[in-house]
Design a protein around this ligand. Structure first.
Ligand SMILES: [Zn+2]
Length: 67
């Protein structure tokens, strides 16, 4: 089992024997197929960028963004 621990230990990624990724963030654990995990990572990164961009220079930013 390969394990990658983020420096601050809030998040953890385990490549399980079953071939899936177990992504843990604080008390949440998500069980992903490999390709779903990478789609999830891309999606979170995009959404994070959208939220940051929309928060720039304004007090008003959307309560929800989607892609
Ligand atoms: Zn597993």
């Amino acid at each position: 089992m390969e394990e990658a621990m983020h420096g601050d230990t809030r998040s953890k990624l385990v490549l399980c024997e079953c071939g899936k990724f177990h992504f843990t963030y604080r008390s949440m654990t998500l069980h992903f197929e490999r390709e779903d995990f990478f789609a999830f990572v891309d999606s979170v990164a995009r959404l994070g960028t959208l939220v940051k961009d929309s928060a720039n220079g304004t007090a008003h930013h959307p309560a929800a963004v989607q892609n």
